[in-house]
Structures are given as C-alpha cells and as structure tokens.
Ligand binder design. Structure first.
Ligand code: GRF
Length: 232
C-alpha cells in the first residue's frame, strides 16, 4: 500500500499521521505550528517515543495530541520493542509515519509492514553521512555544502530513496554547533513542505520509490528560499 490522497483522506481533507520522536521535538513543533497555521493538511493522530520524559512528548501534550511512550529496558530485544511500538502505532491508523528525531534503528520486520508509509528527516545531504555526527563529518571532509534530507524509511539505516533536501553553504568559521543551528530552521521547513506535498498527493510514495506529480525525478526536490520544494 502506498501513501496517496485516498478516498478516506479526502473525506476530511487531512492526512492522518503519527510522529515518532526521542528528544527536543522541534521538528514536531514545526509540524504542529504549520498545521495550526493552516499550511499543513494533516491530522497528527499521535506522538510516540522511546523516551518517556522527552520534550517532544511534552510539546504534543501541550498541543492536545495523544502520546504514548515505551522504554526499551522493558523489552527483551529490539524486535519485541518495535512490535509493541508499531502495534500501538497501528491503532492510530496513520497513512504516514514521520520519524522526526527518532533515535532508534528499526527492526526490518516493522519497516516492511509499513513499507512506503514511513519517512525520516536526517541532517545530512544523503547519501553522505548516514548515522550520527553528521555536521562534524561534513566539516572534517571539507565539504562546501551541507544540508538535510527527507527520505523513505527502508530496512537499511538512512539509505532509503531521498525525496527532498535543504542545502546550506559551509562557512570558513563554522563548527558543528553553528552548522546545526543554521540548518535546523531549514529542516523544519523541509519536513513541513514535504509532508504538505504528500498530503496533497503531489508526492506519491511506494516501498522503495517516489514520484512527484506522477513523474520519476533524477534527483531529490530542493527547498528554495521561498520555503517551497521544487524539482529545479
Ligand atoms: C534533527 O536534526 C533531525 O534531522 C534529526 O534529529 C534532529 C531532531 O531534532 N533526525 P528535534 O528533536 O526535532 O528538535
């Protein structure tokens, strides 16, 4: 099953999504704010976390969104944790699952069960720098550009097809903190713009593939200064 503006969604006009987060939750907050501003036609059905005390859950509670948390230490292994987490997610009947700072590797079984219905935001210009410490790795490599990517989640970490990217130029005096701080507002716009296009059925997702207005593109959509995604 792929994500599209199904009959079910078009009745309310809102795409039902679930957000997974582990920490600060600034991307979640950007989604909430865009939704409230009428710029993001989604229903945020639930926010789930592996960190019961994280700020993301508090942001969700403040916004009146149902939350659910589980601790890895209560489960014997990754597979049983993920099965419990995704059983709870399924109860929300989301059409799209958004990993927004969710800091766990997912078991391939649950990824397969939601193939083509799960996206992640990652702070690098994938395929460069999957995993952690992306800002420092871009600096260490002497890169001119850095950025963030939204991609389809597949069983291999940060390796699914990249749908859209935001880019910044690395300055001579940048360090990992300044890069992260400059990138974060763009990440927020990138994630909101990408989900808005999915909700409006301009982007169609499949298990290992995506289309923009029904067309396969040669490269990811790019975030412009106007906050919009384009194929240029
Ligand atoms: C973001 O940089 C995102 O790209 C990465 O984790 C961070 C989450 O930030 N996956 P926040 O918790 O949304 O503030």
């Amino acid at each position: 099953m792929s994500v599209s503006a199904s009959a079910e969604n078009s009745r309310s006009g809102l795409l039902p999504i679930v957000v997974l987060a582990s920490g600060r939750g600034s991307n979640l907050q950007a989604l909430i704010d865009a939704r409230d501003a009428g710029a993001l036609p989604v229903e945020i059905c639930g926010v789930l976390s592996d960190k019961p005390k994280c700020q993301a859950l508090q942001r969700a509670r403040d916004a009146g969104i149902p939350t659910f948390a589980l601790s890895a230490r209560d489960y014997a292994d990754r597979a049983s944790f993920d099965q419990a987490l995704f059983a709870r997610i399924a109860e929300f009947s989301p059409r799209l699952i958004v990993l927004a700072g969710f800091m766990r590797i997912l078991d391939p079984t649950v990824v397969a069960a939601f193939a083509g219905r799960m996206i992640n935001i990652h702070p690098s210009l994938l395929p460069k720098y999957p995993g952690l410490h992306t800002h420092q790795r871009a600096l260490d490599a002497g890169d001119e550009k850095h950025g963030s990517s939204v991609h389809i989640v597949t069983p291999t970490l940060d390796a699914g097809p990249v749908i859209a990217q935001a880019q910044i130029t690395i300055q001579a005096d940048d360090n990992a903190e300044t890069l992260a701080a400059r990138l974060l507002p763009l990440e927020h716009r990138l994630l909101c713009a990408c989900i808005a296009l999915i909700a409006r059925d301009r982007i169609q997702l499949a298990a290992d593939d995506w289309c923009y207005d029904g067309q396969h593109l040669q490269r990811p959509l790019q975030l412009g200064a106007d906050g919009e995604l384009s194929s240029r």
